[in-house]
Design a protein around this ligand. Structure first.
Ligand SMILES: Nc1ncnc2c1ncn2[C@@H]1O[C@H](COP(=O)(O)OP(=O)(O)OP(=O)(O)O)[C@@H](O)[C@H]1O
Length: 241
């Protein structure tokens, strides 16, 4: 068994006639939280879609938990929470999570567990359409946790959450990683980068860096990761011109 949950080699993706992922290569070690960071439109969602196996790719290879991305063998091994919650708004949180648990063949006890893990126990019987944006996206995240998938791919799971909730979700991600789950989490909030074991910094469809937060600070001499990212961009642009 390889030590990597995700292996991406020379991935290229064309969308709307434009190459939006341009020959990206990286690995994600098992049992870690890897942050995928970069400005809006840099290709984070597209890269995640390729890992989940729902993106047509123009070139390269994506291997997930030892199988080619999109293989039927991976169907229950990946939890994917998209940016736009895909959960029925006319059901209660418990009804919706129970519905997906049945589809995924997840144990019945998982329903209460995942609702508690995203901090929605007090809203378990609220209709999803009446929840706030942050609660709605946490209900969506709960579905991704069903069945304890080996890989969680979470697209901006903390958008719209207050700092306390964001902090508790990052605690949850770290706890899941300690239990052996691998997490690939996108964000464009740089202060969340410090909570990751490894960072993939993306810009304009290419990877600027693939390292630990500490190594990125050392490499750039920057005090915080936002500055480190800006310095990497500046150095890259200076090298090109
Ligand atoms: N369905 C689509 N058709 C054509 N182009 C698309 C499509 N979806 C995304 N793109 C383009 O692909 C590029 C990468 O988009 P992507 O959604 O992967 O970026 P992102 O980094 O996730 O952005 P954000 O942080 O805003 O979600 C963008 O230039 C976007 O305009």
């Amino acid at each position: 068994m390889t030590n990597y949950a995700v292996e991406v080699d020379g991935l290229r993706v064309v969308r709307g006639g434009r190459e939006v992922v341009r020959g990206v290569t990286f690995t994600v070690p098992r049992g870690t939280v890897t942050g995928l960071l970069g400005p809006s439109g840099c290709g984070k969602t597209t890269l995640m879609r390729a890992v989940v196996g729902v993106q047509i790719v123009a070139g390269g290879a994506v291997t997930v938990l030892g199988h080619p991305a999109g293989s039927p063998a991976l169907r229950r091994k990946i939890g994917y929470a998209t940016q736009n919650p895909a959960i029925y708004t006319d059901l209660t949180v418990t009804e919706a999570v129970r519905y997906f648990a049945a589809i995924l063949d997840a144990p019945a006890a998982d329903v209460g567990r995942v609702i508690a893990e995203v901090g929605l126990t007090d809203h378990a019987h609220a209709v999803i359409g009446t929840l706030s944006g942050g609660e709605h996206s946490r209900a969506n995240l709960a579905v991704a946790l069903l069945g304890r998938p080996g890989l969680l791919v979470l697209d901006e799971p903390t958008v719209g959450l207050d700092p306390v909730l964001r902090d508790s979700l990052w605690d949850l991600f770290a706890r899941l990683a300690r239990q052996g789950t691998t997490l690939l989490v996108s964000s464009h909030v740089m202060d969340e980068a410090a909570r990751c074991d490894r960072l993939l910094l993306m810009r304009e469809g290419a990877l600027l860096a693939d390292d630990t937060p500490a190594a990125l600070r050392d490499l750039t001499g920057a005090a915080d990761l936002e500055q480190a990212f800006l310095r990497l961009i500046r150095d890259r642009e200076a090298a090109i011109s």
